[in-house]
Each structure stands twice: as C-alpha cells, then as structure tokens.
Design a protein around this ligand. Structure first.
Ligand code: ADE
Length: 247
C-alpha cells in the first residue's frame, strides 16, 4: 500500500516515522510520500492561494496548484483521493476497513483555507471528516485516518494487538484490563481474573464489553455481531437495571 499526503506543512508528518507506522514501513506493509504543495507554485513568493471570487474573508487554495501536485504523482486509475473536511463522510472503523483494501491513497490536506470547489468536484474521490468539530488543518485528520487504516493491513501490528482489536470489529467497546499489583490503594481487581479459569474469564470479558457498550454506546449494539447468549445477557442486564431504577 502507498499513501501520499499533499500539504502545506510537511513538517507535521514526523508521526509517520514513529511506533506502528514506522514498523509497518520497515516491514514493507506501507510506504509514504509527503509532498509540499508550495513546490507547485510558479512565483517567487510560492503562492498557492488567492482571494475568493465574490469577496469575503479568507483565502482559497488554487485548483491549478492541486491539479499539478496530483498530476506529478502519476496515480493509478484506482487510487482514492481523499480531501479532509468537516463537510465529509464521518470516518469510522467500517470506513477504515474499506480504505485498508486500497493499494493507493492520497490525502489532500487544507490548512485554514478552503479548497476551490472545483477540487472537490473534479479532483477527489472522497470527502472525509474525523468528527463534528473544526480543526485548523487536515494534517491531523490525515494522520489519524492513516494510523487506523495501516494497522488493519496484514503484518502491520503483532498478533496480540490484532486479536485484541477483533472485539471492535464485532462492534463492541473493549472490556476492562488489569495487571499487577493485585493489591493497590484498596482498589479491587475482579476475582474472576485471578481464578485461573480461562472460560470464566472469556465469559466475563464478553459480558463486560456488552455492558459497557450498552451503557456508553447503545447505538453500536444495533449493528454489533451478537450471539443468542449475548442477547440473553443483555436482556438480564436490562431487567436488573430497571429493577435498580425502581428501588
Ligand atoms: N479539517 C478541519 N476540521 C476537520 C475535521 N473535523 N475532519 C477532517 N478534516 C478537517
């Protein structure tokens, strides 16, 4: 997989050379290209933006600059070109899985300014947001999405981490984790984790994940992959909570 970033702040991409993304590059899972859009400017001020037609505050990133930067990448026809914008489709784990199948991605990162609308209309395949808040630029969103996408590629993370993530694939929040010391400030570790019964531990973890998801993100349960046993546990939990509410 290859991922290109078009940006006005290439120095923000140091994160690509850390932790999992660094390992993934070394293992040949992914390669990255970071490109400064100012390199496409033709005047000595390296101008990439201009005043908006119709007036108003702010500047607009020029479509000819973006087109030249994309042309230079000589993209294959199946490349996905994503522009980061709060107006886009909200990024989530299913979207990350979809993009992890791509062989070539490009993130177009704006900063402060809007892109000329013809960029959105003619030069990109996807508009994507990381959530309902406004950031200063698209670099952090591009890095967030890259992290979530690359770790799904085979060989990017060790076996342990990917097995752990399977829980989220099935649409539930994670169960709680504990380690030594068992005795600490009088804060308990659940007894089942100390008992050595693997099946009991697995049941407890699944039920804790179900309970957390029910209490914190009930919207996720509607699309989660649930067994009959899960449903029976949730029905019992609902009865228990309703009873508590009445007493
Ligand atoms: N650019 C500014 N805010 C953003 C957001 N929430 N998601 C993606 N790109 C952005």
């Amino acid at each position: 997989m290859h991922i290109d970033f078009l940006t006005l702040f290439p120095e923000m991409f140091g994160y690509l050379d850390m932790s999992i993304l660094k390992r993934a590059q070394a293992a040949g899972v992914v390669s990255f290209g970071v490109h400064d859009m100012r390199d496409q400017a033709t005047n000595r001020h390296r101008t990439v933006d201009d005043r908006p037609f119709g007036g108003g505050v702010g500047m607009v990133l020029k479509p000819d600059i973006v087109k030249k930067a994309l042309d230079e990448l000589a993209l294959p026809p199946n490349a996905r070109v994503l522009v980061t914008t709060p107006q886009g489709r909200v990024f989530d784990q299913p979207f990350a899985k979809e993009l992890a199948h791509a062989e070539h991605l490009v993130f177009l990162c704006g900063h402060y300014e809007a892109f000329d609308e013809r960029v959105h209309d003619h030069l990109v395949t996807d508009e994507v947001s990381i959530g309902d808040y406004v950031l200063t630029g698209g670099e952090l969103p591009a890095l967030v999405m890259t992290d979530a996408i690359v770790r799904l590629r085979p060989g990017a993370v060790g076996k342990e981490a990917s097995a752990h993530e399977d829980s989220f694939y099935h649409g539930l929040l994670d169960y709680p984790h504990y380690t030594r010391p068992a005795e600490f400030e009088g804060w308990d570790v659940p007894g089942v984790l100390m008992g050595g019964n693997h099946a009991d531990v697995e049941t407890w973890r699944r039920q804790e994940a179900l309970k957390r998801t029910y209490l914190r993100r009930p919207d996720l349960l509607a699309i989660a992959d649930l067994t009959n046993q899960d449903r029976a546990y949730l029905a019992a939990l609902q009865r228990e909570l309703a009873q508590k509410g009445r007493s």
